[in-house]
Design a protein around this ligand. Structure first.
Ligand code: DLL
Length: 444
């Protein structure tokens, strides 16, 4: 029966995709059962969650139906910071097989954990992601998401293997090597951030390689916002179908939602991640179709359950069914956030992290601007910082010392190198209201 639902002649139906097509009533049954279990688990093992429930006079029994989720308190990014590093874990370390980390809002990252089961669920949802993007056994996937603390590399890796594709774990960066692999290894699919792929297109042109002549068929892109204009550019320049995938470390990493052949919204793997939309100002639940902040609850996570996690990503749920036959609801592509997080080449950066670095280095003033540009497809981040009059009037040596120390502090805290410009005191425009810290000159 499932094969009838699946019309990709090249690939056929992969059994891993079966949950994508559950009848709505059955899906809700699974969701409710899992929601009850995860709330009970968090209540039992995560003190912060237990305290919040108790303060409201609630117990896990409050969940009679899926709609009751709205009675639960939200979890926010600062909860991860305040309980750094392991305070939200619901499993003993003996059961945790993997840790990843992502940017926090200040000096420390946030840490996320996975049990064996969590890692298996992650591989499953990423296999479903790749299947939805038309990949199958026999495909050769160049995985150019970064391996390491970032969830992109390993998340995509195990998912593609679970699907039966061949993975090349080339990781991010080293454009020359990427092009060599792309040209020589018969690569049929590639995944990375969309901006990096635009850069690859440019560099390929420079060295006289036409990506359209290669077997490359599919591009799977995510980890940062991109537009339909960028999709058209990628598809026409590289001769691929370009798909958007979405996820975040706090929930699992990539594998939360994915486009399908219709390229019309991202299906949320809602048997594992329950989506809601709220008004970011009031926290009130909004109905399907209305734009607001995406809130996600992990229905099956063991090591680090997240209950009503406020993603800060702005989107809306598409209630109507999709032509592909998947019964999973879709969200619109994410174009913006409700906070000031910026994403540079897939790395998340908060202005407050730059500020934390400034405060560590003597000789600088907390007056700064972040200027974002895009050069040859690659995002660049410049930071202008005022230095104290003493440093400025001193010899070049003092300036150079401050620059070196600050560059190191920013790289350590934000995880990326920036173009650092030290400027005279009182040269950065003062604001009467909110400081305008970020000047985004990238054209998406
Ligand atoms: O970026 C996970 C990921 C890896 C997703 C590879 C897709 C592909 P974080 O580093 O924790 O995790 O960053 C999560 O990135 O809250 C969004 O603001 C943004 N983001 C992720 N995917 C998209 C997308 C990974 N497709 C944060 N469109 C999220 C727009 C995205 N923004």
């Amino acid at each position: 029966m499932q094969t009838e639902l699946w019309n990709d002649a090249a690939g056929g139906f992969h059994p891993v995709s079966a949950p994508d097509f559950l009848p709505a009533a059955r899906l809700e049954e699974v969701q409710l059962r899992r929601l009850r279990a995860v709330v009970a688990r968090a209540f039992e093992h995560v003190p912060l969650f237990r305290q919040r429930l108790e303060k409201r006079g609630l117990t896990p029994d409050v969940i009679g139906s899926l709609a009751d989720i709205a009675r639960l308190p939200f979890t926010v990014k600062t909860d991860l910071r305040d309980t750094y590093p392991f305070g939200l874990f619901a499993s003993p370390m003996g059961d945790v097989v993997r840790l990843h980390a992502s940017s926090g809002t200040t000096g420390k990252p946030i840490v996320v954990a996975y049990t064996r089961e969590d890692v298996d669920v992650w591989a499953e949802v990423m296999a479903r992601t790749f299947a939805a993007c038309g990949l199958h056994r026999g495909d050769i996937l160049q995985n150019a998401f970064g391996y390491g603390l970032f969830t992109g590399g390993l998340g995509a890796h195990y998912g593609a293997e679970a699907l039966g594709a061949t993975v090349i774990p080339v990781s991010g960066g080293n454009t020359e090597r990427q092009l060599m692999v792309l040209r020589d290894f018969g690569v049929s699919a590639l995944c990375c951030t969309p901006s990096y792929f635009v850069h690859l297109i440019e560099r390929a042109k420079d060295v006289g390689v036409d990506l359209k002549d290669l077997p490359l068929r599919v591009g799977v892109f995510g980890a940062e916002p991109w537009s339909d204009a960028m999709r058209q550019h990628i598809e026409s320049e590289a001769g691929v179908r370009a798909y958007d995938i979405y996820g975040l470390s706090e929930i699992i990493g990539p594998g939360v939602a994915s486009e399908c052949a219709a390229q019309d919204g991202l299906h949320v793997f809602e048997d594992h991640f329950y989506p809601e939309i709220i008004d970011p100002d009031t926290g009130a639940s909004l109905p399907d179709g209305e734009e607001g902040e995406l809130v996600l609850t992990t229905l099956s996570k063991k090591a680090m359950p997240m209950i009503r996690y406020r993603t800060r990503d702005i989107t809306r749920i598409i209630g109507e069914p999709c032509v592909c036959g998947r019964t999973l609801r879709r969200i619109r592509r994410i174009g913006r956030r409700s906070d000031d997080m910026i994403i540079i080449r897939g790395v998340n950066v908060f202005p407050s992290q730059v500020e934390a670095a400034l405060l560590q280095v003597e000789g600088t003033l907390p007056h700064y601007r972040i200027i974002l540009t895009r050069e040859r497809g690659l995002d660049q981040m410049a930071v202008e910082v005022e230095v104290t009059p003493e440093v400025f009037s001193d010899k070049i040596r003092a300036l150079e010392e401050v620059r070196a120390r600050l560059a190191q502090a920013i790289e350590q805290i934000c995880g990326i190198r920036v173009d650092l410009r030290l400027v005279e005191p009182r040269t950065i425009e003062r604001s009467e209201g909110k400081a305008r810290r970020v000047i985004d000159q990238r054209n998406l």
